[in-house]
Design a protein around this ligand. Structure first.
Ligand code: SAH
Ligand code: SF4
Length: 379
């Protein structure tokens, strides 16, 4: 497992071309005395052909490829350590190794289209290796913080899965920043990745096809509202009051439930995009009808949407409530007029809660097909 001490020295002087925004690629060409169409050639190759090295960009003359290499440019840094697919083939989970040995997880969840066309294919991206927020039910939170990921490492996860999908004549339709880590605690790199993924000259996804999930970094939510972006926002609420929330999210001292609701209102006002509240349901902790009624009181009239997520059990002993408790919770919210859905469980035999695949890989304790991986995050 990587650490600051084992940071790969290459990163100090090599720039991944996947890091460069199209305008920066234009500037690079100007600096090298080359015409602008070379930038378009490189960008097209990067995002439509997924080359794994500069040598793979055959459209460029060999001399230019060598020049880029001399100038310290390279492509991609991820290596696929493990790929696990659900029996129905709709969920693919990857364990990727980045520079310095950092291990991270990326998931692709697919939903067949009703008209027989291309499926919706959502990639769930990790933004940090580990996480400092320490949520008690989260495998990533329990492993602690290792390092922030770079924008090109975020993009690499999407491009890597796009390459896998392309081989099946499918493509990435949505991206959610819901993998390992807290995206708004790695704000600049996350926003750079959003720009790369949405720029029509780069990956070219619609801004509305992207969702950022946060545990509640208020300054980040306000900053995001000020960007010229139309991305969706999900706030991981998990509790209707501060006493209960602090038990689940130990860092919640810095922001109260009230603060989060106000930030969500500001985000909606500024962007016109409604915020989703995620609610991880844990047996015996926050799953009673009384807590549902309190949540309904707190959210009523806000137009908020609640996504109930029965937790995937992690070693900490936080279990999933019985199905009837989840349905009852949903009923209480709905009857009080609060919009609510239960997160679809996908590929239960393979999909892990964020951080679980890496945890098992780190311990090398469980054979791949024996891993009891449960419910991947789904939006
Ligand atoms: N740090 C951000 C985004 C990554 S976590 C956040 O917390 O929102 C993405 C989602 O996965 C969060 O809603 C989180 O509560 C949920 N999650 C974490 N561990 C889980 C588990 N064991 N079971 C179900 N959902 C989990
Ligand atoms: Fe971090 Fe999100 Fe996991 Fe909490 S749930 S520890 S914020 S990744």
């Amino acid at each position: 497992m990587g650490s600051a001490a084992s940071w790969h020295p290459r990163l100090d002087f090599v720039t991944d071309l996947f890091r460069l925004l199209p305008t920066e690629m234009d500037e690079l060409m100007v600096r090298l005395g080359l015409p602008r169409y070379r930038a378009d050639q490189i960008l097209r190759a990067l995002y439509h052909e997924s080359p794994s090295s500069l040598a793979d960009i055959r459209q460029l003359p060999a001399g230019l490829r060598a020049r880029l290499e001399e100038e310290g440019y390279s492509i991609g840094s991820e290596a696929e350590v493990r790929r696990v697919m659900s029996g129905d083939g709709l969920t693919t989970k990857l364990l990727l190794e980045m520079a310095g040995g950092t291990l991270l997880e990326t998931v692709c969840m697919q939903y067949p289209s009703s008209d027989g066309g291309h499926p919706r294919s959502t990639v769930c991206v990790s933004t940090q290796a580990g996480c400092a927020m320490g949520c008690v039910f989260c495998a990533t939170g329990q492993m602690g913080f290792e390092r922030n990921l770079q924008a090109e490492e975020l993009v690499a996860q999407v491009v890597h899965l796009a390459r896998i999908l392309r081989a099946r004549n499918e493509h990435v339709t949505n991206v959610v920043f819901m993998g390992m880590g807290e995206p708004l605690a790695n704000y600049k790199e996350t926003i750079r990745a959003v720009r790369l993924l949405t720029d029509p000259r780069a990956f070219g996804l619609g801004q509305r096809s992207i969702t950022i999930s946060t545990v509640g970094v208020i300054s980040g939510i306000d900053r995001l509202a000020e960007e010229d972006l139309q991305v969706g926002l999900a706030i991981s609420l998990h509790a209707p009051n501060d006493t209960l929330r602090r038990k689940l999210v130990p860092t919640a001292n810095e922001h109260s439930v009230g603060d989060l609701l106000s930030a969500a209102r500001r985000y909606f006002k500024k962007t016109g995009r409604r915020v989703t509240f995620e609610y991880a349901m844990i047996a015996g902790m926050n799953d009673s009808p009384e807590v549902a009624a309190e949540l309904a009181r707190v959210l009523r009239g806000s137009g908020a949407h609640v996504n109930l997520i029965p937790v995937n059990p992690t070693p900490g002993g936080y279990g999933r409530p019985p199905r009837r408790a989840v349905l009852e919770f949903e009923r209480v919210l709905r009857e009080a007029g609060v919009n609510c859905t239960i997160r679809v469980e996908k590929g239960t035999e393979i999909s892990a809660a964020c951080g679980q695949l890496r945890t098992t890989e780190g311990a090398r304790s469980v054979a791949v097909d024996a891993i009891r991986l449960a419910g991947a995050p789904v939006l």
